[in-house]
Design a protein around this ligand. Sequence first.
Ligand code: NDP
Ligand SMILES: O=C1O[C@H](COP(=O)(O)O)[C@@H](O)[C@H](O)[C@H]1O
Length: 487
Amino acid sequence: MTERPKNCDFVLFGVLGDLSRRKLLPALYQLDKSGLLSSGTRIIGTARNDLTASEALERVEKTLREFVAKGDLDDNLLDRFCKRFHYVPMDFSELSSYASLKETLQAEQTAIFYLATPPSMYATICSGLEQQGLAKQPARVILEKPIGHNLGSSQEINQAVARYFDENQVYRIDHYLGKETVLNLLALRFANALFSSNWDNNAIDHIQITAAEQVGVEGRWGYYDDAGQLRDMVQNHLLQVLSLIAMEPPSRLDAESIREEKLKVLKALRPIDESNCQEVTVRGQYQAGFVADQRVPGYLDEDGARNNSQTETFVGLKVNIDNWRWSGVPFYLRTGKRMPEKRSEVVITFKKQLHNIFNDTTTELPPNKLVIRLQPDEGVEVQILNKIPGLGERMHLKATNLDLSFNETFEKKRIADAYERLLLEAMQGNQYLFVHRDEVEYAWRWIDSIVAAWDNNEQPPKAYQAGTWGPVGSVSLLAQDGRQWDE
Ligand SMILES: NC(=O)C1=CN([C@@H]2O[C@H](COP(=O)(O)OP(=O)(O)OC[C@H]3O[C@@H](n4cnc5c(N)ncnc54)[C@H](OP(=O)(O)O)[C@@H]3O)[C@@H](O)[C@H]2O)C=CC1
Ligand SMILES: O=C1O[C@H](COP(=O)(O)O)[C@@H](O)[C@H](O)[C@H]1O
């Protein structure tokens, strides 16, 4: 039974923005529906727009009707949710406006401030809160990604926030850490001796991490073009998944232990710079093509696009972790927009059998694989060889799958959205699914070096047709090591 957090005042800065509408308000509604918001918990939305209370409520209700799955909508629940909601119009850069926020808050409840705003506002908002005495313990602040654009700017943001909030009050969101299947990586690794005792370079040949999307930039060209796929997906989500896969066993399931171990992985990433970037990185940009049978424009023809952009929409990387456990085991990462399907998964390929006693029937014994499907069709698959049943002296083998689909195995339970879990954890005061400042900064350090190498070699990203798995260089990245992407 999930523990219901104590009453709190949950303050959503940027409540009328895209993230709040598509993800945060629906997640809060689902938590309420599941009985996980205490009766006195209030949601306080703030934005610049000078709406009346009833106009703001109308917007919230409309948003929920649009973004919550039809089957989960219920008029009574909507009514209950709306009763929790209060709207405070304010300009975040106007320090005097924080007084009206303070008046709305209840001093006896913990305040949780979610900054769903451009990161350039974080310092100003934290300062405004502090001036009204709202940043004191046990208040918490939740920061959306991206934390900066590079190491320097992330340090500036982190330092500015640290002026007003202690690190144990700061919750940096990486929504991949809220995904059921990403969390299941911990269970797989540390609850199963079968895997925990075979999780190193003695047993594993290589690891692949894929995060492929069918969508393009979805009206966010301005933001995206400044970021690119390396900053938008690799710096955070892919490196977090990689860290969970590669980290040493934490001594406890708590924030400090897990974050310490993840940080060690980030510190052990072999730098990618001008000396090796040609060999271990691939960057691409999509051109017009077909995704799910629909014709889609190229990146440079998306709404708001500038013609000469050399921003990458696909990244492929070969990553090495220089420590005892992973020496000699490459991690291949790929992520891109306008891929043939939406698929995020981790594939762990074990080493081949050294000696084959089935040589007379099966000359090649394919390696075992553990496939962790992060989304969609969340599940875990183990690929093993079995004897094909039948009489006769000769053993015929076949590669077969032990396939555990979460949906079929766990009573067809609805899988909660990542934001639901993360909001709940923040309300409970658990930081283990949030990213520590040091992790953000070490990840940037590593990413910055790749960006610098790309900038210096001045090669534009390679074109790939929308609806394909990226530029041909992505295939070569593995082929040069005698490997291929798991399709
Ligand atoms: N959208 C997404 O899918 C994702 C977003 N993020 C991050 O979440 C954050 C929010 O993104 P998103 O929702 O897309 O952005 P939006 O621009 O859609 O929303 C930001 C909100 O903040 C408000 N705002 C900005 N400046 C001020 C100000 N000075 N005073 C009052 N209100 C202000 C905006 O109001 P107004 O409309 O009046 O300008 C708007 O409502 C960003 O950090 C983004 O990088 C992260 C992952 C995914
Ligand atoms: O943070 C981001 O993530 C989404 C992909 O998230 P997913 O949960 O659908 O895999 C990506 O589309 C977006 O560009 C990025 O900012």
